[in-house]
Design a protein around this ligand. Structure first.
Ligand code: ADP
Ligand code: MG
Length: 395
């Protein structure tokens, strides 16, 4: 099918042509006509399959300049909110719409004026609630609500905020849920907020020919040496190394740097200014290896990520699918390599419960053992459990 057959206005057909999109992806082909007809939609399709444009194009075609905030997109991380806002700007370049990204950790004042003059808002829930309680957001003319990474937005830690935000929105609106992973709980919660949603489903997984998944099982003291070995053997392009905690991210980054690898860390313990500058450096090719917590697992579309390494294994197959989905996007190929040791076995069993994944065990090669600088101290151990729990929820 062609973009010109989707009933989109001509200026959008030429915008996507200008961006080099030759044909609509499967989910775009399915979702765009249904969204243009005004129906609510729950859409699932694999990572990197162009879900952003699938909801953005119909919204852009229906939004009217100068008519107040008409669309709210909620996303789980600040980086994703920034990226989705950027995508809306690219796609709306032939229409005079203003798009604001609204998230925490940065000055609120510029957001207040942006909220006043924008038609489309892309926000993380916490800061959006903050604006609602300050009465700096006016949603009376809102027509579209999008939950990107919808299953994440319905998890603990987000759902209460999301519910509070939705309560303030007009009931007469079109609601859209998008994610690569949508389980039964999404459908059940969504029934509170949607009107006879149209379900759309594509293959949840990236084609196995495009995304190779491997794992190695090693002794804990060998994890880092193997990572280093694989980086030198595989000669990956831009890569993401996922770790379980902020302090592990810092330690692994420090050790990679000590071995002359161009690595930078990103996690929720950094200031937002630092996070934004790291993302800029990653996107402009100044960084070879991004070491991250799951703050980078969802939705981020970074060009040319050739490898994803799981230095620690995520707790669920769902989070595994999102992490590895940072590579092999939009028809490109990629490799996901998990490095397991004893402490990962339980998590890995949970991941493997999803039998369709197809992760291949690899024999452990011989590699040079390198020294590993240990973290100075893990302060979290000295905090009372209650505080640590609240703290660790923020990535
Ligand atoms: P998802 O949300 O499904 O993970 P994204 O919306 O982030 O995927 O899109 C992934 C990449 O594909 C982006 O770089 C986007 O610009 C690109 N893209 C979107 N639609 C098309 C298309 N029809 N043809 C080619 N590339 C596309
Ligand atoms: Mg997405």
């Amino acid at each position: 099918m062609e973009f010109s057959e989707l009933n989109l206005p001509d200026y959008l057909v030429s915008t996507v042509a200008g961006l080099g999109y030759e044909k609509p992806t499967f989910i775009q082909e399915k979702a765009i006509p249904v969204l243009l007809s005004g129906k609510d939609v729950i859409a699932q399709s694999e990572t990197g399959s162009g879900k952003t444009a699938a909801f953005a194009l119909p919204i852009i075609s229906k939004a009217t300049p100068g008519q107040g905030v008409q669309c709210l997109v909620l996303a789980p991380t600040r980086e994703l909110a920034e990226q989705v806002a950027f995508e809306f700007r690219r796609l709306s370049r032939n229409k005079k719409l203003a798009i604001a990204a609204v998230y925490g950790g940065v000055d609120i004042e510029p957001q207040i004026s942006a909220l006043r003059r924008s038609e489309i808002i892309v926000a993380t829930p916490g800061r959006m609630l903050d604006h609602l309680s300050r009465r700096t957001a006016d949603f009376r003319r809102l027509q579209f609500l999008v939950l990107d990474e919808a299953d994440k937005m319905f998890e603990m830690g987000f759902i209460d905020d999301v519910r509070s935000i939705i309560k303030t929105l007009p009931r007469e609106r079109q609601t859209m849920l998008f994610s690569a992973t949508i389980g039964p709980e999404v459908r059940s919660i969504s029934s509170d907020y949607m009107k006879a949603p149209h379900m759309l489903r594509a293959n949840p997984y990236v084609d196995k020919g495009a995304l190779k998944q491997l794992y190695y099982d090693v002794r804990p003291q060998d994890k880092f040496s193997l990572l280093l070995h694989l980086i030198s053997e595989e000669k990956p392009g831009l890569s993401i190394v996922f770790c379980a905690t902020r302090s592990r991210v810092d330690t692994v980054t420090r050790n990679l740097t000590a071995n002359r690898i161009n690595a930078v860390a990103i996690h929720g313990g950094h200031t937002q200014a630092k996070r934004n500058s790291v993302m800029r450096d990653v996107r402009t090719g100044k960084v070879h290896i991004l070491v991250a917590t799951d703050v980078a697992a969802r939705g981020l579309d970074i060009r040319n990520v050739s490898h994803v390494f799981n230095y620690d294994i995520p707790k669920t197959s769902v989070e595994y699918v999102h992490r590895i989905g940072r590579t092999a996007r939009a028809g490109k190929s990629g490799k996901a390599i998990s490095i397991l040791a004893e402490a990962d076995h339980e998590n890995f069993r949970h991941v493997m419960e999803d039998r369709s994944l197809g992760i291949q065990r690899q024999p452990v090669p011989s590699f040079r053992r390198v020294a590993f600088i240990m973290p100075k101290r893990d302060f979290s151990r000295n905090f009372p459990r209650r505080i640590v729990a609240g703290y660790s929820r923020r990535r």
